[in-house]
Design a protein around this ligand. Structure first.
Ligand SMILES: [Zn+2]
Length: 357
């Protein structure tokens, strides 16, 4: 039984939300309106949400459940209500909702790793409802929500929305892979996170940025965003191409933004000795090749990005237009079209779909 099924019904109001009942079965339904449950909660009215590449994993393999799963973990919105213990977030605030909720006070939050928060968790999980909806309940609102300094940001909504996941995730890959001035970088994957990883690598001063992907439209966008080279070959051929482009030794930094076995195997092979791999693709494979990383002194790191920690650093660049991660959105739909949005992303018709409830 999912937590939100047990949430008390606070009013007779309903809202529309996205439910996935099993692989390929996404529906928009009327559900009880989001409301305060715990005193640390807030409720936000969703201004923009979106569909994530990671939503496609359950779209492929979710097992049937009677209650379905409430989908969505990325949103910006307006705070509509706050619980009695909420101190810093106020009604009317314009906020970014990071994909993980966190208390902001535990030892991991203090260290900037909010995705390991002792009291935290993930939106759109079995415990907390998702953001592909008209409204969403935010646990631990003071620690979770990032209050934006202004509501006057019309053209910037798409880029602000990426701070809830994909831009922070691409940045995390770059941080973990130790991108810096003069470094040679490869980004494995040309999805929205990969494209944001290109933006992050450029922003952090990389000298060479190789995008690895197979979609010509996405590669063209990657080049506009800062990629210097593209490798469309996969497997051994792709590895050889990267080595040729880097003087034979591979790259200092690999940003692995896919999460399947071949992508990780490629990442291991193209990292130069002493290099580092930042993994942010949710892994759907048993393990990595330890021998190569050991003998090449390659650092392997990464995991769920603490995007909450990165907003302070990334937001000024978004507000100034220095980075435009919102360019990863190539389709805008209403809530009723969300099932088709999943289909379009799954069939690679769309890079990333924005939802305007
Ligand atoms: Zn915490």
């Amino acid at each position: 039984m999912f937590g939100y099924e047990e949430e008390p019904r606070l009013s007779n109001l309903t809202m529309r939300a996205t439910l996935m009942y099993q692989a390929g079965d996404v529906r928009i339904e009327n559900v009880p309106d989001a409301g305060i449950i715990e005193p640390a909660d807030a409720v936000i009215r969703v201004t923009r949400a979106c569909i994530c590449g990671s939503d496609l994993w359950p779209y492929h393999d979710l097992e049937w459940s009677e209650n379905g799963r409430r989908m969505g973990h990325e949103a910006i919105g307006i705070v509509e209500d706050v619980g009695g213990d909420v101190r810093t977030v106020k009604k009317g605030d314009f906020v970014v909702m990071p994909f993980a909720f966190s208390d902001g006070t535990c030892e991991f939050c203090d260290e900037g790793l909010q995705t390991a928060c002792i009291h935290g968790g993930f939106f759109g999980s079995t415990d907390v409802a998702g953001a592909q909806a008209e409204a969403v309940r935010i646990p631990l609102a003071d620690g979770t929500l990032y209050v934006l300094p202004t509501r006057d940001v019309n053209g910037l909504l798409p880029s602000l929305l990426t701070l809830s996941d994909v831009m922070g995730t691409g940045h995390h890959a770059a941080v973990v892979a130790k991108v810096g001035p003069g470094k040679k970088v490869a980004v494995v994957g040309d999805g929205a996170v990969g494209l944001c990883a290109v933006i992050a690598a450029k922003r952090m001063g990389a000298e060479q940025i190789i995008i690895m992907g197979r979609h010509h439209d996405r590669i063209a966008l990657a080049k506009e965003l800062g990629a210097t080279d593209a490798v469309t070959e996969r497997g051994e051929e792709g590895v050889e191409r990267v080595k040729t482009l880097t003087g034979g030794h591979g790259v200092h930094s690999v940003l692995e933004c896919v999460g399947n076995e071949q992508a990780m195997a490629t990442a291991v092979e193209i990292a130069r000795p002493g290099g580092a791999i930042g993994r942010v693709g949710v892994p759907h494979y048993p393990g990595i090749q330890p021998d190569t990383t050991f003998y090449n002194n390659v650092t392997v790191g990464g995991g769920p990005a603490p995007v909450r920690a990165y907003i302070d650093e990334l937001l000024p660049d978004v507000l100034e237009g220095a980075i435009q991660p919102g360019r990863v959105f190539d389709r805008v739909i209403g809530l009723d079209e969300v099932p088709d949005g999943y289909r379009a992303m799954d069939q690679r018709e769309a890079i990333k779909v924005m939802v305007k409830p």
